[in-house]
Design a protein around this ligand. Structure first.
Ligand code: ADP
Ligand code: MG
Length: 503
């Protein structure tokens, strides 16, 4: 079978049919909660919403690479759980005494708070991770492969809205058959996506492990969050399928309302209408950027929650494990073996095959630290700038330095800050792929050349050296205009998309 030709996407469609598709897409989104809050101040109880930015056609993605990404997720769930439990490793890589916490203030603050707490003794041995591993297709001549962009251990968003987007494309297929524009667009090429129930299963597993009747899950959220529906769908599922109530609070609210019992560090949240509620699990949809910690008060709140008996998603060590520096260190010889092949530590059942390790490694681009061997790291970055991206220890988009901007940036970067940055080879997604992108308020859909990024969700409940349970939990596709280096939907550069598998 000839390889799929990405330059032939989207298939031809008449203007009239495209207008019909767009009508069906946006009305479906509005009717099914594929929504955002509008820009600007909103009343406390919102009175309006807009549809999330979406693509008209699903993104073509090779079945082989999609299945590979799904297969890898279980290994990643275990890998990052074990990294989070390896205190010695995290101290060395991310710590503020010998690791990059010395030069990256935010990392250093998180690590120092964690070190102080663990010296006093932490009340909860379990950690919960809701993860998302992000990938792009990499094309070299006619050869296509799957390459990892990054691994997220905190606040991975769009689980719920990605399921809704997949359902929207499925509905377009059912109602219009996409006007027979392409033989690929049939229901059996649309893989199922149960990310809402998948992610909620992880939260419910932590809640069950905590095992206190009437306890609730705390969502720690940002003030002025526009992506609330993505979070609310998880709340509805928790309540309707698992009878678990959620309380939502910002760090600033928690500064006054979070109380920790003297006796056994139980976390309670004060409410206006009832007695304080006990918290089983703290789920962070904030706390991943320094912007969430404008003063020392927010750090203090974070550390209070960390020391409590509630299960944290994630704990500070799990957040640190998701650092880009860790992703780079994993590519160094022997590091993957430390976590995946140590039979004396993880037992015969806990050891992964050579094949599994090779498959992980095949999905990585080359990476190195800018502090590599004196001047070598910077020299290589300068010489190869056009094929690279530089990344600091930040999440949430807008922090990376790309290609031609690299040499000037390196000039201005104080040598002392180099350890906080990694260089990563650029992935080359298939060229000539297009789609129609639809944004609320913009009228017509815009046909533009695009890049689609796949994310695979997974969760893991772990502690005391062991992974208790873990699962793959659905997927996400974000599609961005080709000329935008960054890919965040929340930061406005990309749209939510789904998949049509091709062979
Ligand atoms: P963040 O934590 O800010 O999300 P990422 O590592 O995901 O940082 O980078 C942001 C975006 O930059 C990605 O979504 C992707 O579009 C692009 N990007 C990152 N790394 C690469 C790479 N190696 N090759 C090509 N694009 C990349
Ligand atoms: Mg990212």
């Amino acid at each position: 079978m000839p390889a799929f030709d990405f330059t032939q996407w989207p298939p031809f469609i008449s203007d009239k049919d495209r207008v019909t598709l767009q009508y069906r897409a946006t009305t479906y989104a509005l009717a099914h909660g594929l929504l955002y809050l509008p820009v600007g101040a909103q009343p406390p109880a919102p009175t309006s919403a807009i549809h999330a930015p979406i693509s008209l056609f699903p993104a073509p993605f090779p079945r082989v690479q999609f299945e590979q990404a799904q297969r890898l997720q279980s290994i990643y769930n275990v890998l990052y759980s074990r990294i989070a439990m390896d205190t010695e490793f995290l101290d060395q890589i991310m710590g503020a005494e010998v690791g990059i916490g010395r030069v990256d203030e935010f990392t250093g603050q998180l690590w120092s708070g964690w070190r102080d707490l663990r010296e006093k003794g932490l009340a909860q041995p379990l950690h919960l991770g809701l993860f998302r591993s992000d990938y792009l297709l990499h094309q070299r001549d006619s050869d296509l492969s799957l390459k990892q962009v990054e691994f997220n251990t905190i606040s991975s968003s769009f689980g719920a809205l990605s399921q809704k987007t997949a359902e929207m494309h499925r509905s377009l297929e059912t109602s219009t058959e996409f006007f027979h524009a392409s033989a690929h667009l049939t229901a059996d090429n649309f893989p199922p996506n149960q990310s809402i129930s998948g992610l909620v299963e992880g939260l419910a597993a932590a809640h069950a492990a905590y095992n206190v009747d009437g306890s609730r899950i705390l969502f720690v959220v940002q003030a002025n969050e526009r992506n609330i529906f993505d979070q609310l769908w998880l709340e509805y599922e928790l309540l309707e399928k698992h009878s678990i109530h959620v309380v939502r609070r910002t760090f600033d609210e928690l500064a006054h309302q979070a109380k920790i019992s003297q006796k056994d560090s139980t976390l309670f949240i004060e409410t206006l209408d009832r007695s304080p509620v006990e918290i089983s699990t703290v789920y962070y949809r904030s706390g991943y950027t320094p912007d969430d910690f404008p003063t020392s008060t927010q750090f203090q709140t974070r550390f209070n929650l960390e020391r409590s008996k509630a299960i944290k998603c994630p704990t500070i060590p799990l957040q640190l494990a998701g650092g880009k520096k860790v992703q780079q260190i994993l590519t160094e010889p022997g590091v993957l073996e430390r976590f995946l092949c140590d039979e004396s530590k993880y037992g015969p059942q806990g050891v992964f095959s050579t094949r599994a390790l090779a498959e992980l490694r095949e999905s990585w681009m080359g990476m190195w630290g800018l502090d590599l061997d004196g001047e070598i790291g910077v020299k290589q970055a300068r010489e190869r700038a056009l094929e690279l991206v530089l990344k600091p220890q930040r999440e949430g988009g807008g922090n990376n330095v790309y290609k031609e901007a690299i040499p000037g940036f390196l000039e201005s970067l104080p040598p002392g800050e180099r350890p906080a940055w990694i260089a990563m080879e650029l992935i080359s997604p298939p060229m000539g792929l297009k789609n129609y992108l639809v944004r609320a308020g913009s009228g017509a859909s815009i046909e533009t050349e695009v890049v689609s990024e796949l994310g695979i969700f997974g969760w893991s409940l772990f502690g005391g050296g062991k992974v208790i349970s873990e699962k793959e939990a659905g997927w996400l596709v974000r599609t961005k205009g080709k000329d935008s280096n960054e890919g965040g939907v929340a930061t406005g550069f990309s749209v939510l998309d789904s998949l049509v598998l091709v062979d």
